[in-house]
Design a protein around this ligand. Structure first.
Ligand SMILES: *Cc1c(COP(=O)(O)O)cnc(C)c1O
Length: 225
């Protein structure tokens, strides 16, 4: 029964957001029941930080949702990731891009990918440096089994949401620049940034994919009161 409340709070959140914004429900530490509840409320994309986590969920959940890899992808997990995911948001090196494309060939699959931008060197351990994004985008555009569709960035997860604004703005600038270059086989469509703490700021700065964990799953008390 408690999931009725979860559904209500998810519905309310979806109604508050502009239409062009798509939510990725971040699955870490959540139960199958919780993920089912958000899916029934109309969220179609689930985001996973780890391949193992997604595999475990896959057995119980089937393939009725759209799955995004949002955590750092290790080379030795690429094969399993390619089988599971509908998008990999965290491509941050030529080597990783190459490995994903090669695995996709075996499955005759074209994988939509985002480039992860390391927008804040202080807190981001992963992602490509802003100055290297263009080179990586051009490299990806030549790989037959990848389709570049945009950028993703983390930004700081906690603290004052305003502190994230400059990182989001920088990432949007890179997004615009790559868009203007009209790179072949590259469709700059998604800008994935913003989490529970700062998605409002991210949307103001141009995000259209927001990745939400806590604010989706932990608002039960707020709804009850
Ligand atoms: C955990 C996580 C999120 C969601 O964070 P919340 O603060 O729970 O909304 C989004 N993106 C990534 C990559 C994460 O690891």
């Amino acid at each position: 029964m408690k999931h009725c409340v979860l559904k209500q709070s998810v519905n309310r959140l979806i109604n508050e957001l502009p239409r062009e914004i798509t939510i990725v429900a971040v699955a870490k530490t959540r139960s199958v029941e919780e993920l089912d509840a958000v899916k029934e409320s109309g969220i179609e994309i689930l985001g996973f930080n780890y391949v193992q986590e997604a595999e475990k969920m896959c057995l119980q959940f089937g393939s009725s949702a759209n799955w995004h890899m949002i955590g750092h992808l290790q080379s030795n997990k690429v094969k399993r990731a390619v089988r599971l995911f509908d998008m990999i948001e965290t491509v941050d090196s030529m080597k990783l891009a190459y490995l994903i494309s090669r695995q996709c060939e075996c499955f005759e699959k074209v994988m939509p990918v985002l480039i992860e931008i390391n927008s804040g060197k202080e807190f981001c351990k992963t992602g490509v440096l802003p100055e290297d994004a263009e080179e990586l985008a051009k490299y990806i555009s030549k790989l037959p089994n990848l389709k570049l569709q945009g950028l993703m960035t983390m930004g700081p997860r906690f603290g004052n949401p305003e502190d994230a604004r400059q990182y989001f703005r920088n990432t949007k600038e890179i997004f615009n620049k790559l868009n203007r270059l009209l790179i072949p086989n590259c469709e700059m469509k998604y800008l994935s940034m913003g989490m529970s703490n700062n998605y409002h700021v991210a949307i103001e700065e141009g995000a259209n994919l927001i990745r939400l964990g806590r604010t989706l799953f932990e608002q039960k008390e707020a709804v009850l009161s």
